[in-house]
Unconditional design. Sequence first.
Length: 149
Amino acid sequence: MKTNISMNFFTSIKLYKDLAKSETLPQGTFEVQWTGPRWFQFVAKHGLGLLGFKYWFGKEFFGNEDATNLFKIPGSITKLRKYPMSVKIGVSRIDGNTSIQVSYPQSTRFPWPYVIDEFRSVNDDVLIGLSYLKWAPIFPMPFYLMRKE
């Protein structure tokens, strides 16, 4: 399903805040779609490689409180599962409304135990995410997850 999403950084953050509260945990495989100007997309994609997320493809949600990150080496059809996550419905530190919240265990390599990803559903096939450091929710980095099944 093709969905129009905003590639504008600030419009994406506004969209997140305007969306209805999220009440159910997602299930399925989702591929990342970067937002923002091309230079930001380049820095985000390649900067993650320095933090252990080289070839990050997206996330797989299991419909409960468990999820994992997916990695795909270019040219490969296989997706590797790495860096498990906890998923819950909670109060957003961005705007105080309900959101899907993803966190990493303390045993995950730095800086991931200090990162929170919040999501809201744009529709059944698209999640908009805001990623931020636990102590700095005023600087969220938006991205989209598109269903891939």
